[in-house]
Design a protein around this ligand. Structure first.
Ligand code: HEC
Ligand code: HEC
Length: 274
């Protein structure tokens, strides 16, 4: 009786030890896989701003020592939620981004390895996509073919490979502006403040030269269905621009003004001699 209980205990203990050992092996294998997945996600989504080796570019340096006690949690929160008011987008699907929780875990795992010197592996570059030769847009300075390469590396992550939109706006559209080339150039050079769209010109602290931005403008125009007509029919007058008082800003301003007037009238009433 006592003997059989002893044997049962022994068998259970051995089985437990085996399971623990097995899951440790599985984990070791899983980690290399996770690292590769993280490296891939990083190359496709993050290198554009943080540099291929985390050295920083438009975005912060990530190849560093993290001051946090749980750097994985800190990094995961930043990646999932983004940094509002900065170019750092929110990546989690819960926040409208493109990455699953598992993918975010993988990319966190990947970038924290820089802290310890990293794996001896090399970050894969984004795979080059075959491109058709584009004819230049009449009246526009840049070369759309060079623009296509620049777009693939810098813009695809947010605007999609064919400009169909992802975190950023679709660009394969008909442009409302009369001189779309100028409007597009300004947006690329200066970015859109308060949105994830970074400023790309060197004059604004970005990585691209004026020529490169011209090339990008030419390429972006080829994304819309009728680039030639669009610029060819462009007349230099009457550009349609949203007034700064339109939409919610106008409403907010009206409310603030209303309260100011009420406040002022009360102050005047209080101070006026009876
Ligand atoms: C459009 C540019 C851009 C892209 C793309 C981008 N980031 Fe960032 N990221 C930034 C900027 C800018 C900051 C600094 C924000 C701040 O604190 O003002 C930042 C901050 C961070 C931080 C916090 C750094 C710190 O020191 O606390 C982490 C972590 C990070 N990014 C990870 C990622 C990951 C992972 C990806 C890809 C999934 C990514 N980023 C994609 C621009 C970008
Ligand atoms: C981190 C994401 C991100 C990256 C990288 C990015 N953009 Fe954008 N872009 C946006 C967002 C978001 C908007 C919309 C901004 C707004 O109006 O609120 C935008 C807007 C634009 C617009 C204006 C669209 C319109 O309808 O007026 C153009 C043009 C543009 N981007 C071109 C580019 C080009 C070219 C690159 C590469 C050099 C680039 N973007 C890289 C996020 C990005």
């Amino acid at each position: 009786m006592r003997n059989s209980r002893f044997v049962t205990t022994l068998v259970v203990a051995l089985a437990l030890a085996f399971v623990v050992r097995l899951s440790a092996w599985a984990q070791e294998g899983g980690d290399a896989e996770k690292y590769r997945q993280g490296a891939q996600i990083y190359a496709e989504n993050c290198a554009v701003c943080h540099g291929e080796n985390g050295e920083g570019r438009v975005g912060a340096t990530l190849a560093k020592d993290w001051p946090s006690i749980r750097p994985d949690l800190a990094a995961r929160a930043t990646i999932a939620n983004g940094v509002p008011g900065s170019p750092m987008p929110a990546w989690s699907q819960a926040n409208g981004g493109p990455l699953t929780d598992e993918e975010i875990d993988a990319v966190v795992y990947f970038l924290l390895n820089w802290q310890t010197g990293g794996f001896p592996e090399i970050t894969p570059r984004p795979t080059a996509t075959a491109m058709t030769v584009l004819s230049p847009v009449p009246g526009v300075e840049g070369d759309p073919n060079r623009g296509a390469v620049l777009f693939d590396y810098n813009c695809k992550v947010c605007h999609g490979a064919g400009g169909e939109g992802r975190i950023g706006e679709p660009l394969n559209k008909t442009w409302a502006s009369v001189r779309p080339d100028l409007a597009i150039k300004t947006t690329i050079a200066e970015g859109v403040e308060g949105s994830p769209m970074p400023a790309w010109s060197q004059a604004n602290g970005g990585p691209l030269t004026e020529q490169e931005i011209n090339d990008l403008v030419a390429f972006v125009l080829t994304l819309s269905e009728s680039p030639v007509e669009q610029v060819a029919t462009a007349a230099p007058e009457t550009s349609v621009q949203a007034s700064p008082l339109s939409g919610w800003w106008g409403v907010a301003l009206a409310i603030v003004l209303f309260f100011l007037i009420v406040l002022l009238s009360q102050l005047l009433q209080r101070n006026s001699p009876r």
